[in-house]
Design a protein around this ligand. Structure first.
Ligand code: FAD
Length: 387
């Protein structure tokens, strides 16, 4: 058998590094040779070769295998087996070995949300583009495996990295009912297609300032222009920046199918890391919020100011009307958490927030650091809101 050569590996990215691509052609093999324990491999087909399959994905497991003495890397954000040695042995790789090499931002999601990951990159994907909500719901009920796509800033990354290869994508960009936001009887309806850029608009930002602050931290102008609140809910990442500001304002999620409509408290909608309560035939249509009008803020810790997944994040509302402070933290538990504390007990608020978190050690930070950072953020956020 032909062992995989560095030239077969198109992209090899150190996780936890700056995400840069190998600079030289021989760097990929050096990285493997260095016995890195954490790296992300975008496997590649040798585009010049006649048999991309045998020289690519199928044999990668024979190249890089976990040592039996290595502890598994338990990391919610990177589902990766330890990569320990280069091995040219002619051994058929188990499917999970190959799958385990491709880092995902959530291990559980990789396992449960494969959407036909066994299909390969070259297979076509059908794109259905409904022009109304009714049509979208009908198509979703006829094609329950179809993957909805709005901004595509999560879906396209997954497709490009072969983390999923669905037969059908349901393009929701032409469904007018999902766009924009509206207000009725003191309640806001944020269409699932509302972009971060739109959440930053003056009028909406004045009503939901913490959501606007969070939106400002998301990705880059391009991502804020395409990425949507509905997509953040759909991905349901513990690091989703729109989620804590919506949680502190008691948001509800409107999900609809041909069978009817359901309204779920956001806390019920988020059922685990990258898992939500949507049934196969349902779509997220909107988030509903009654803005408290109370002082609020959002803070996020990351290694730099932009294009960063939160090490941890915190939204806080100091609600004088109800006599309480509410906080919601991200990236410090399997789902964003919600903490409520009486205003008169505010001195204990930072500790309450830190204690409520259940962070893990991962490539972005340690559990201890996250807990400490949350305590500091809670204290600063409270000061800001009560000023
Ligand atoms: C470079 C980069 C930087 C990023 N930075 C951040 C960041 O700082 N903070 C952050 O939180 N996120 C960030 N993200 C992730 C992403 O931008 C957000 O999660 C965004 O909100 C996703 O929205 P979208 O419309 O692009 O979702 P899509 O990619 O279209 O969809 C995301 C998920 O939601 C599902 N979905 C979408 N719409 C619906 C619907 N109506 N009904 C049911 N399911 C639906 C999709 O099937 C998919 O599972 C970043 C992504 C990139 C590529």
């Amino acid at each position: 058998m032909h062992p995989v050569g560095a030239e077969d590996v198109r992209e090899l990215v150190r996780v936890g590094d700056d995400g840069g691509r190998p600079q030289r052609q021989d760097e990929a093999r050096e990285l493997v040779g260095e016995q890195l324990r954490r790296l992300e491999v975008h496997v590649g087909v040798d585009e010049a070769g006649h048999h991309p399959g045998p020289r690519g994905v199928q044999h990668l497991g024979a190249l890089v295998l976990p040592e039996t003495c290595d502890d598994a890397v338990h990391d919610r954000d990177v589902s990766l087996e330890p990569l320990a040695r280069e091995d040219g042995e002619d051994r058929a790789p188990a499917h999970h070995e190959v799958g385990g090499l491709v880092a995902t931002s959530d291990g559980e999601a990789a396992a449960q949300g494969s959407h036909g990951a066994e299909r390969n990159t070259l297979e076509p994907v059908d794109v259905l583009t409904p022009r109304s909500l009714d049509e979208a719901l009908r198509l979703k009920s006829e094609h329950p495996d179809a993957v909805p796509i709005q901004g595509g800033t999560d879906v396209m990354v997954a497709l490009n990295f072969d983390r999923m290869r669905p037969e059908t994508v349901l393009n929701l960009n032409e469904v007018p009912e999902l766009r924009g936001w509206s207000r009725a009887n003191g309640s806001l309806r944020l269409g699932s297609g509302l972009t971060y850029d739109e959440a930053l608009g003056e009028e909406l930002a004045a009503l939901l300032p913490a959501l606007a602050e969070a939106s400002r931290t998301v990705g880059s102008p391009q991502i804020r222009n395409r990425g949507t609140i509905g997509g953040n809910l759909g991905t349901a990442s513990p690091a989703g920046d729109a989620l804590p500001p919506l949680l502190v304002e008691g948001a509800e999620v409107e999900v609809v199918s041909v069978r009817g409509e359901r309204r779920l408290a956001l806390q019920e909608f988020l059922v685990g890391p990258k898992r939500n309560a949507l049934a196969d035939d349902e779509l997220i249509v909107a988030a509903h919020v009654s803005p408290s009008g109370q002082p609020q803020t959002f803070m996020k810790v990351g290694p730099r100011n932009a294009m960063v997944i939160a090490v941890c994040s915190l939204a806080v509302v100091a609600d004088r009307e109800r006599g309480e402070v509410r906080a919601s933290f991200g990236s410090a538990g399997p789902v964003p958490g919600l903490v409520t504390c009486l205003l008169e007990d505010a001195v204990n608020f930072p500790d309450r927030v830190a204690e409520a978190a259940s962070p893990i050690d991962d490539v972005r930070g340690t559990a201890a650091y996250r807990r400490h950072a949350l305590r500091v953020l809670a204290s600063r956020a409270l000061e800001r809101c009560l000023a």
